[in-house]
Design a protein around this ligand. Sequence first.
Ligand code: ADP
Ligand code: MG
Length: 700
Amino acid sequence: MNYNLLETSIEYLKGVGPQRGDLLKQELSIFKYGDLLHLYPNRYIDRTKYYKINELFNNHTEVQIVGKVIHIKVVEQKRGKRLVATFTDGTGEIELVWFQGIKWIKDSLKLNTPYVIFGKTNRFNQGISMPHPELELLEEHKKNISSAMQAVYPSTEKLSAKISNKSMIKLMQQLIMETHALFTDSLSQDLLKTLGLISIKEALIQIHFPKNAEILAKAQFRLKFEELFYIQMQLLIKNIARKGKIKGFPFNEVGSYFNSFYKNHLPFPLTNAQKKVIKEIRQDVGAPAQMNRLLQGDVGSGKTIVAFMSCLLALDNNFQACMVAPTEILATQHFLGISELGKAMNINIKLLTGSTKTAERKIIHEELENGSLQILIGTHAVFEDKVKFKNIGLAIIDEQHRFGVEQRSKLWKKNHIPPHVLVMTATPIPRTLAMSLYGDLDISVIDELPPGRKPIQTMHFFERKRLTVWHFIRKEIAKGRQVYIVYPLIEESESLDYKNLMEGYEGISRDFPLPQYSVSIVHGKMTPAEKDREMERFSKGETNLMVATTVIEVGVNVPNASVMIIESAERFGLSQLHQLRGRVGRGAEQSYCILMTRDKLSNDSKIRMETMCRTNDGFEISEVDLKLRGPGDIMGTQQSGTLPLKIADLVKDQDILHYARHQAIQLLKKDPALELPEHQRIKNKLALLNKKATIWNYIS
Ligand code: ADP
Ligand code: MG
């Protein structure tokens, strides 16, 4: 493709000029020829089909009718004037209505002359109207080629007033006429043939002016493939470069820590998924390049033991390991879990959080520096300057999106070689998104739950059914079970939420009175020590109910708790609901999740509740979440950008994404440095994309 011509400023295109040029720039960010070429139609309409007025019944459908204007009048209203024309085709009459450009239309409109009109219809009282129709004399219309698939381009209110869709099509015609000779493929002929792709030239012409639906589908596939293929190429090349450049400590030994744990101290047989992931990690840390791996696993899938066994690999090679969690409660849970796993093995494991006492802190600092502390578990506190490892070989980060990259690298400030990094996330990221955003990380997935888990039953109740729910909880408590009741906490309305929580707590304390019942409460205004005390009472079974804000969202493990009630569930996002639900279902008993909502729900909320009741699969849930919220939001603040996709859709085009990624991997296997002559164009295009820095801003 000749980039010079496509870099031409848009106002120079015949039919554009400075005024329309400015509009295109402001409204659609079309600055250059190339931008316009890649403005793809939203949809296509059939301009070969004509309707009869007596066939019209639906509102708002776009229809094309041949007929005549038989009467025209200006109607004066308080809010302004409108022009109303009566249009007939012999089968009935409709009203054409204009609110703008009245004088011009009134003067130019010919009465009793055949026109082709096109537009959306509205039904009013007994009749049908068409506001601001496209009008063309039948005679003229016949001269123009009308296509069964006419492109409808994205537009804005401001733009459509000055450049109609019809004009846009004309501009596109002009543009393609001027530039099409320069459309050349970056993929080799051989590759196109093997993949069954049409040429880029054909694709670009057909996407704007499709001959038929079949060729349009091919054009769309080709352009989506192109877009996704190059993103994957960039990510994969970045990954290869990282492996080549960033040295890592090779953990050559699988030594006595790992082996003796595996042989003698496994508390349960590992699931196949856990084994698979541990193998992937072992291979990775055994190589002389830094591991940078994302470990995904649904809540309760057993990531902790994988993390622990990874630490043992570090220990076997005389390195220290560190594990960081976003909250104190979670860090403490990890500490307890990992200490339990390591208890028979005489490993020095310590916990460092904001509330660690000075004396203990001093010991930790010393032991870290002299190397006797082997595994450090903690919160943000581990990033402090005073915390210096003798030789950290593995850093495990739980819940990736809460720590920035810079913050992480503080961990190994003293190392000349960075440690291996394992990022664990309990928020499953949809596969598609992971592939697009983290294509440069290696990904391990635990896609299997430990055996014997009974799927959690989820139910949705409206507020008015509260007594039924209370009745149900009393029965569960009578069986010896414990119950979580969670209230939303949204930062902006913190004080209001706090009030709701306290009111809820008072209500619950009344409905579940002492001495028969006892109720715990944990919320953000308590000190860490107070929270811990309350959590401990609950986990020891001293209290029956735990009323909390979302502080228990991650990591808490109380297997005897079998009911999770989520208040105002409509205010939680899907992934949060799923995380919360994951707090139950950890024991052998049947567990329940109850979603309480108000009666009136938005459509999105309804979908969220239905999804939760339908499935326990975190990946399926995150796919729905992706559809509801779009990719940007899901990633939280760190990765808030979405990929700059022009035609492909991460949700709808997953198959093409997988295919493009597969092809990119194959190609790089064959020719990692893109040295073959047939790959030179690909290499050039990548260089150009890199220069434009299209996607690095979006990737951590
Ligand atoms: P998460 O992935 O949510 O961090 P955990 O590591 O906390 O999950 O594990 C959840 C529960 O499942 C823990 O009680 C743990 O002991 C148990 N568990 C993990 N792996 C297995 C297994 N292979 N067989 C049986 N129980 C397991
Ligand atoms: Mg966990």
